[in-house]
Design a protein around this ligand. Structure first.
Ligand code: SAM
Length: 231
Protein backbone atom coordinates (compact mmCIF):
# COMPACT_ATOMS: atom_id res chain seq x y z
CA UNK A 1 0.00 0.00 0.00
CA UNK A 2 1.10 3.63 -0.54
CA UNK A 3 3.13 5.19 2.23
CA UNK A 4 0.44 7.57 3.51
CA UNK A 5 -1.90 4.60 3.99
CA UNK A 6 0.81 2.76 5.92
CA UNK A 7 1.16 5.79 8.20
CA UNK A 8 -2.58 5.94 8.84
CA UNK A 9 -2.62 2.19 9.42
CA UNK A 10 0.15 2.58 11.99
CA UNK A 11 -2.01 5.05 13.95
CA UNK A 12 -5.12 2.87 13.55
CA UNK A 13 -3.20 -0.12 14.95
CA UNK A 14 -2.13 1.96 17.96
CA UNK A 15 -5.71 3.09 18.56
CA UNK A 16 -6.89 -0.51 18.31
CA UNK A 17 -4.26 -1.57 20.82
CA UNK A 18 -4.40 1.21 23.42
CA UNK A 19 -8.04 2.29 23.01
CA UNK A 20 -7.63 6.01 23.70
CA UNK A 21 -10.85 7.91 24.38
CA UNK A 22 -9.62 11.31 23.28
CA UNK A 23 -7.45 11.73 20.21
CA UNK A 24 -6.10 14.95 18.69
CA UNK A 25 -4.50 15.07 15.23
CA UNK A 26 -2.16 18.04 14.74
CA UNK A 27 -1.63 19.12 11.14
CA UNK A 28 -4.76 17.16 10.22
CA UNK A 29 -4.91 18.61 6.67
CA UNK A 30 -8.03 17.23 4.90
CA UNK A 31 -9.02 15.23 8.03
CA UNK A 32 -8.60 11.81 6.42
CA UNK A 33 -7.04 10.30 9.54
CA UNK A 34 -9.75 11.78 11.79
CA UNK A 35 -12.40 10.40 9.47
CA UNK A 36 -10.83 6.92 9.73
CA UNK A 37 -10.64 7.15 13.51
CA UNK A 38 -14.30 8.04 13.98
CA UNK A 39 -15.18 4.40 13.32
CA UNK A 40 -13.32 3.25 16.46
CA UNK A 41 -15.81 2.74 19.25
CA UNK A 42 -13.32 3.51 22.01
CA UNK A 43 -13.07 7.12 20.83
CA UNK A 44 -15.33 9.73 22.43
CA UNK A 45 -13.51 12.91 21.47
CA UNK A 46 -11.70 13.65 18.21
CA UNK A 47 -10.04 16.97 17.53
CA UNK A 48 -8.10 18.28 14.55
CA UNK A 49 -5.80 21.25 14.24
CA UNK A 50 -4.32 22.81 11.13
CA UNK A 51 -2.84 26.16 10.21
CA UNK A 52 -4.58 26.00 6.84
CA UNK A 53 -8.35 26.42 7.24
CA UNK A 54 -9.17 25.79 3.59
CA UNK A 55 -7.54 22.33 3.43
CA UNK A 56 -9.34 21.36 6.64
CA UNK A 57 -12.70 22.40 5.19
CA UNK A 58 -12.26 20.55 1.87
CA UNK A 59 -13.72 17.26 3.03
CA UNK A 60 -14.87 18.02 6.55
CA UNK A 61 -18.46 17.10 5.66
CA UNK A 62 -17.25 13.50 6.09
CA UNK A 63 -17.06 14.18 9.81
CA UNK A 64 -20.79 14.86 10.19
CA UNK A 65 -22.89 12.00 11.52
CA UNK A 66 -24.35 9.68 8.89
CA UNK A 67 -28.07 8.88 8.73
CA UNK A 68 -27.28 5.55 10.39
CA UNK A 69 -25.77 7.39 13.36
CA UNK A 70 -29.19 8.96 14.00
CA UNK A 71 -31.24 5.87 13.18
CA UNK A 72 -29.16 3.57 15.34
CA UNK A 73 -27.54 5.78 17.95
CA UNK A 74 -24.72 3.96 19.68
CA UNK A 75 -24.02 3.89 23.39
CA UNK A 76 -20.94 5.97 23.09
CA UNK A 77 -21.04 9.67 22.50
CA UNK A 78 -18.62 11.16 19.97
CA UNK A 79 -17.67 14.79 19.65
CA UNK A 80 -15.58 15.91 16.68
CA UNK A 81 -14.09 19.40 16.53
CA UNK A 82 -11.75 21.12 14.12
CA UNK A 83 -9.60 24.06 15.08
CA UNK A 84 -7.75 26.59 12.97
CA UNK A 85 -4.42 27.49 14.53
CA UNK A 86 -0.76 26.67 14.94
CA UNK A 87 1.03 24.02 16.99
CA UNK A 88 3.29 26.85 18.09
CA UNK A 89 0.42 28.18 20.27
CA UNK A 90 -1.28 26.77 23.36
CA UNK A 91 -5.05 26.53 23.55
CA UNK A 92 -7.00 24.88 26.39
CA UNK A 93 -9.11 22.94 23.83
CA UNK A 94 -6.11 20.60 23.45
CA UNK A 95 -5.95 19.63 27.13
CA UNK A 96 -6.94 16.22 28.45
CA UNK A 97 -6.15 14.06 25.41
CA UNK A 98 -4.95 10.45 25.63
CA UNK A 99 -3.25 10.39 22.23
CA UNK A 100 -1.86 13.20 20.09
CA UNK A 101 -0.73 12.39 16.54
CA UNK A 102 1.57 14.53 14.38
CA UNK A 103 1.86 12.76 11.04
CA UNK A 104 4.24 14.41 8.58
CA UNK A 105 3.90 17.72 10.41
CA UNK A 106 7.21 18.73 12.00
CA UNK A 107 9.15 18.99 8.73
CA UNK A 108 6.69 21.72 7.70
CA UNK A 109 7.44 23.89 10.72
CA UNK A 110 9.55 27.04 10.58
CA UNK A 111 12.49 27.07 12.96
CA UNK A 112 10.68 29.32 15.45
CA UNK A 113 7.60 27.02 15.40
CA UNK A 114 9.71 23.90 15.82
CA UNK A 115 11.36 25.50 18.83
CA UNK A 116 7.99 25.98 20.56
CA UNK A 117 6.54 22.63 19.50
CA UNK A 118 7.90 20.40 22.34
CA UNK A 119 6.69 22.78 25.07
CA UNK A 120 3.23 23.01 23.47
CA UNK A 121 2.76 19.29 22.81
CA UNK A 122 4.63 17.59 25.67
CA UNK A 123 4.64 20.39 28.26
CA UNK A 124 1.19 21.93 27.76
CA UNK A 125 -1.04 19.32 26.05
CA UNK A 126 0.82 16.57 27.92
CA UNK A 127 -1.16 13.57 26.60
CA UNK A 128 -0.29 10.04 27.70
CA UNK A 129 0.92 9.16 24.20
CA UNK A 130 2.34 11.16 21.29
CA UNK A 131 3.10 9.83 17.80
CA UNK A 132 5.36 11.82 15.49
CA UNK A 133 6.26 10.80 11.95
CA UNK A 134 8.67 12.51 9.56
CA UNK A 135 10.69 11.55 6.47
CA UNK A 136 13.94 9.64 6.97
CA UNK A 137 16.42 11.49 4.74
CA UNK A 138 18.68 8.42 4.56
CA UNK A 139 16.01 6.82 2.35
CA UNK A 140 16.00 9.71 -0.17
CA UNK A 141 18.69 8.37 -2.53
CA UNK A 142 16.32 5.45 -3.21
CA UNK A 143 13.51 7.80 -4.28
CA UNK A 144 13.61 8.70 -7.98
CA UNK A 145 13.82 12.42 -8.66
CA UNK A 146 14.40 13.54 -5.08
CA UNK A 147 17.34 15.93 -5.11
CA UNK A 148 16.98 18.05 -1.96
CA UNK A 149 13.69 17.40 -0.13
CA UNK A 150 10.71 15.18 -0.90
CA UNK A 151 8.35 18.19 -0.98
CA UNK A 152 8.91 21.86 -1.68
CA UNK A 153 7.23 22.87 1.55
CA UNK A 154 9.61 20.83 3.75
CA UNK A 155 11.79 23.04 5.90
CA UNK A 156 14.13 20.14 6.72
CA UNK A 157 14.41 16.37 6.46
CA UNK A 158 16.28 14.55 9.19
CA UNK A 159 18.31 11.35 9.18
CA UNK A 160 17.65 8.86 11.97
CA UNK A 161 20.34 10.23 14.27
CA UNK A 162 18.99 13.79 13.99
CA UNK A 163 15.37 12.78 14.62
CA UNK A 164 16.27 10.48 17.47
CA UNK A 165 18.43 13.00 19.28
CA UNK A 166 15.67 15.64 18.96
CA UNK A 167 13.03 13.18 20.19
CA UNK A 168 15.16 11.84 23.05
CA UNK A 169 15.86 15.36 24.20
CA UNK A 170 12.14 16.24 24.24
CA UNK A 171 11.28 12.96 25.98
CA UNK A 172 13.86 13.53 28.68
CA UNK A 173 12.82 17.12 29.25
CA UNK A 174 9.10 16.38 29.61
CA UNK A 175 9.10 12.98 31.32
CA UNK A 176 8.32 10.65 28.41
CA UNK A 177 9.87 7.42 27.21
CA UNK A 178 10.25 7.11 23.44
CA UNK A 179 10.60 4.25 20.97
CA UNK A 180 11.51 4.46 17.30
CA UNK A 181 10.04 2.58 14.39
CA UNK A 182 8.75 3.43 10.93
CA UNK A 183 6.83 2.43 7.83
CA UNK A 184 7.96 1.84 4.27
CA UNK A 185 10.48 -0.98 4.22
CA UNK A 186 13.73 -0.49 2.33
CA UNK A 187 14.35 -2.87 -0.60
CA UNK A 188 16.22 -6.11 0.05
CA UNK A 189 19.93 -5.49 0.35
CA UNK A 190 19.37 -1.82 1.27
CA UNK A 191 18.18 -2.40 4.84
CA UNK A 192 20.87 -0.06 6.18
CA UNK A 193 18.95 3.06 5.16
CA UNK A 194 16.04 2.31 7.49
CA UNK A 195 12.33 3.01 6.98
CA UNK A 196 11.13 5.54 4.42
CA UNK A 197 9.05 7.27 7.14
CA UNK A 198 10.50 7.36 10.64
CA UNK A 199 8.13 7.29 13.59
CA UNK A 200 8.61 8.06 17.29
CA UNK A 201 6.08 6.84 19.87
CA UNK A 202 6.27 8.72 23.17
CA UNK A 203 4.62 7.48 26.36
CA UNK A 204 4.31 9.59 29.49
CA UNK A 205 6.30 8.07 32.31
CA UNK A 206 4.07 9.16 35.17
CA UNK A 207 0.55 9.30 33.77
CA UNK A 208 -1.93 11.29 35.80
CA UNK A 209 -4.54 9.07 37.37
CA UNK A 210 -6.95 11.89 38.14
CA UNK A 211 -7.96 14.82 35.96
CA UNK A 212 -4.94 16.98 35.24
CA UNK A 213 -4.55 20.11 37.32
CA UNK A 214 -5.71 22.39 34.56
CA UNK A 215 -6.04 25.38 36.83
CA UNK A 216 -2.42 26.33 36.38
CA UNK A 217 -2.78 26.23 32.61
CA UNK A 218 -3.80 29.30 30.62
CA UNK A 219 -7.44 29.43 29.63
CA UNK A 220 -7.33 31.92 26.82
CA UNK A 221 -8.17 30.54 23.36
CA UNK A 222 -5.61 30.84 20.59
CA UNK A 223 -7.37 28.69 17.97
CA UNK A 224 -10.60 29.30 16.10
CA UNK A 225 -13.09 26.44 16.14
CA UNK A 226 -14.27 25.85 12.58
CA UNK A 227 -16.28 22.65 12.95
CA UNK A 228 -18.16 20.80 15.66
CA UNK A 229 -20.32 17.69 15.45
CA UNK A 230 -21.86 15.78 18.34
CA UNK A 231 -23.04 12.24 17.67
N1 SAM B 1 -1.18 14.79 8.79
C1 SAM B 1 -1.65 14.79 7.43
C2 SAM B 1 -1.32 13.49 6.74
O1 SAM B 1 -0.51 12.74 7.23
O2 SAM B 1 -1.90 13.24 5.69
C3 SAM B 1 -1.17 15.97 6.61
C4 SAM B 1 0.27 16.25 6.61
S1 SAM B 1 0.67 17.68 5.59
C5 SAM B 1 2.09 17.08 4.80
C6 SAM B 1 1.21 18.87 6.80
C7 SAM B 1 0.08 19.68 7.37
O3 SAM B 1 0.58 20.46 8.47
C8 SAM B 1 -0.53 20.66 6.38
O4 SAM B 1 -1.91 20.46 6.31
C9 SAM B 1 -0.17 22.03 6.96
O5 SAM B 1 -1.17 23.01 6.71
C10 SAM B 1 -0.05 21.72 8.44
N2 SAM B 1 0.77 22.68 9.21
C11 SAM B 1 1.91 23.28 8.82
N3 SAM B 1 2.37 24.09 9.79
C12 SAM B 1 1.50 24.00 10.83
C13 SAM B 1 1.40 24.61 12.11
N4 SAM B 1 2.32 25.48 12.53
N5 SAM B 1 0.37 24.28 12.91
C14 SAM B 1 -0.57 23.39 12.49
N6 SAM B 1 -0.54 22.79 11.28
C15 SAM B 1 0.46 23.09 10.46
Amino acid sequence: PPLYKQRYQFVKDLVGKYKPKKVADLGCADCTLLWMLKFYNCIEVLAGLDICASVMKEKMHRLYPLPADYLQPSERSLTVTLHHGSVAHEDPCMLGFDLVTCIELIEHLEESELEKFPEVVFGFMAPNMVVISTPNSEFNPLLPGVTVFRHQDHKFEWDRAQFQSWALDAAKRYGYSVEFTGVGNPPTGMEDVGFCTQIAVFVKKYPQTSEPAQSKKPTEAAYKTVFRAVY
